[in-house]
Design a protein around this ligand. Structure first.
Ligand SMILES: Cc1cc2nc3c(=O)[nH]c(=O)nc-3n(C[C@H](O)[C@H](O)[C@H](O)COP(=O)(O)OP(=O)(O)OC[C@H]3O[C@@H](n4cnc5c(N)ncnc54)[C@H](O)[C@@H]3O)c2cc1C
Length: 400
């Protein structure tokens, strides 16, 4: 008998789960997402700085699903309610019943409420709309500098990135690199655009390896980025960022990457959660005490075998998705499953232009163009897989 698996969230986790589930002949999948597209957040830094185009960071989910013939269907709608007793997901006009449910709704920027004005005066990059608006603001500034004459020239313009984790560092580096390149083409005025990277921790990239931190730091300094660690933002108004030590910084715009919280669907579900509303699942990624409900990716707090919390990455979202899909297969077949055992294999940090730094498997350590090529190989393979699925869908449509 065919089993119906409903996947909520077409992000890195949701799509990887479907790639595995569709191999099972007796499984039909419904994907539900509040957006009509899959957003490649890992490429956001390049989109913001104008290095990538929209088609590099967004993939239409309906087209992608047609690549599975009629085995996977897509519903574009935001899920607000799940009835775990009835095993149904409530949508506006109908209820969708499931045998197995995967919640892969990701996370959003946590604009900490204790920083007055943060939400009103800064942008996040966890959703495409905000990233798009950040790109436009950055482009506007470059354009302004292109038109600048000596007489009209004003003071320095400060762009601030709050949060020096992976995403903040990547965005800062790519913008700074673009500014350096533009200084050669549009003129010295571009030099007035200054990038600040601010973090409350005592280091950039907290939690990452020493090699990555040291070499990233060197690269950011070379790109003329002002790095302010141990720096606590107190509040913001339209023009200034005020710090806890009574200093202030005039700014043009700020992007905040300093924290995440689980997507809002989590708040409607009764289950054990941490401070940022992520589910705390059991060892087999089940929530609600239900063996047919899985939660994975950024909406969940996932630990490794030693009890350390794993960072919210696409890598872990995908691994947890593969695990959930395989476990569903085992449950259908009446087999037992081992606990989820995830670990981060490595991270590459894009640092502007053709430069990256990264570590893999604990012993591969690379920087510069070589690291950039490795990072590019990983992201190109991912993009190629998505496009291949879409092309299959188009061929199917032409045949029918
Ligand atoms: C700038 C940047 C750079 C990054 N670089 C890296 C990197 O180099 N390597 C790495 O491994 N990770 C990186 N990450 C982290 C990575 O992008 C996330 O960890 C990953 O996206 C998590 O995948 P996910 O499937 O859990 O959630 P997401 O990819 O966020 O997908 C969640 C999906 O759920 C949908 N959704 C949410 N709520 C609902 C609802 N109620 N109803 C229906 N749909 C809903 C959303 O529309 C979205 O499509 C980076 C992130 C950023 C922002």
């Amino acid at each position: 008998m065919t089993k119906h698996v409903v996947v909520i969230g077409g992000g890195y986790g949701g799509l990887r789960a479907i790639e595995f589930l569709h191999k099972y002949e007796d499984v039909h999948v419904t994907l539900i997402d509040k957006n009509p597209y899959h957003y490649l957040q890992t490429e956001a830094y390049g989109y913001i700085a104008g290095r990538f185009d929209l088609h590099d960071v967004a993939i239409n989910l309906s087209s992608w699903c047609t690549g599975f013939k009629d085995r996977v269907n897509f519903i574009h709608e935001e899920v607000k309610l799940i009835d775990f007793e009835k095993q149904s997901v409530s949508l506006n006009k109908t209820d969708i019943f499931y045998d197995y449910l995967i919640i892969a709704t990701g996370a959003e920027t946590n604009f900490f409420s204790f920083i007055d004005g943060l939400k009103e005066h800064s942008l996040g990059i966890k959703d495409l709309q905000r990233a798009h608006s950040f790109r436009q603001k950055f482009e506007d500034l470059i354009y302004k500098k292109l038109l600048a004459t000596k007489e009209s020239d004003e003071d320095e313009i400060n762009i601030v990135i709050g949060g020096a984790g992976l995403s903040g560092v990547e965005v800062a580096a790519e913008m700074a690199h673009v500014i350096q390149v533009h200084t050669k083409t549009i003129g010295e005025a571009a030099k007035d655009l200054k990038i600040y990277l601010i973090d409350a921790s005592d280091t950039i990239l907290p939690g990452m390896g020493k090699y990555t931190i040291t070499n990233t730091h060197k690269r950011l300094e070379k790109l003329d980025i002002k790095i302010l660690t141990n720096t606590f933002i107190n509040n913001l108004d339209e023009s200034f960022i005020y710090f806890k030590d009574a200093q202030k910084l005039k700014y043009s715009f700020m992007v905040f990457t300093g924290g995440i919280k689980a997507s809002t669907l989590n708040s409607s579900i009764e289950s054990e959660k941490n401070k940022v509303d992520q589910f705390i699942p059991d060892s087999q990624l089940n929530i609600q005490g239900k063996k047919n409900v899985f939660a994975l990716g950024d909406c969940v707090e996932i630990k490794d075998n030693n009890g350390n919390i794993l960072p919210p990455t696409a890598q872990i979202a995908e691994k947890s998705a593969e695990y959930a899909a395989k476990t569903i297969r085992q449950r259908i077949d009446g087999h037992k499953s081992k606990p989820f055992n995830g670990k981060v294999e490595g991270v590459f940090v894009a640092l502007g232009g053709n430069y990256a730094v990264g570590e893999m498997f604990g012993f591969i350590k690379v920087k510069g163009y070589k690291a950039y090529l490795l990072k590019k190989a990983i992201t190109s393979a991912y993009h190629f897989g998505l496009r291949l699925r879409i092309n299959t869908g188009f061929k199917n449509r032409i045949k029918n």
